[in-house]
Design a protein. Structure first.
Length: 88
């Protein structure tokens, strides 16, 4: 049994929290998403798109965040090159 499964089972335990499976999964997924977003925002000098400027440590963290919570479409868009440009 994985750690996620054990956490889900614990959240479903009536003596602890007593959530339904869907509620427990939603809480776990929400936490994973928050964690991945925090990692992404703290890496690549605060720039989620232009990761070519990231050092090896930052790249490792970005890859870990993608394992925790993958981008919905696989990768972010190219985004604006300059702050005043529209996203692509």
């Amino acid at each position: 049994m994985s750690a996620r499964d054990r956490l889900t089972e614990a959240l479903m335990n009536p003596g602890l929290v007593g959530l339904r499976r869907e509620e427990a999964d939603e809480l776990i997924d929400g936490f994973a998403h928050e964690l991945a977003e925090k990692i992404r925002k703290q890496t690549a000098r605060g720039n989620l798109i232009r990761v070519e400027f990231a050092d090896p440590w930052e790249m490792g963290l970005l890859r870990a965040s993608d394992v925790i919570d993958p981008w919905p479409d696989g990768e972010p868009s190219a985004g604006p090159v300059r702050p005043d440009e529209e996203p692509t």
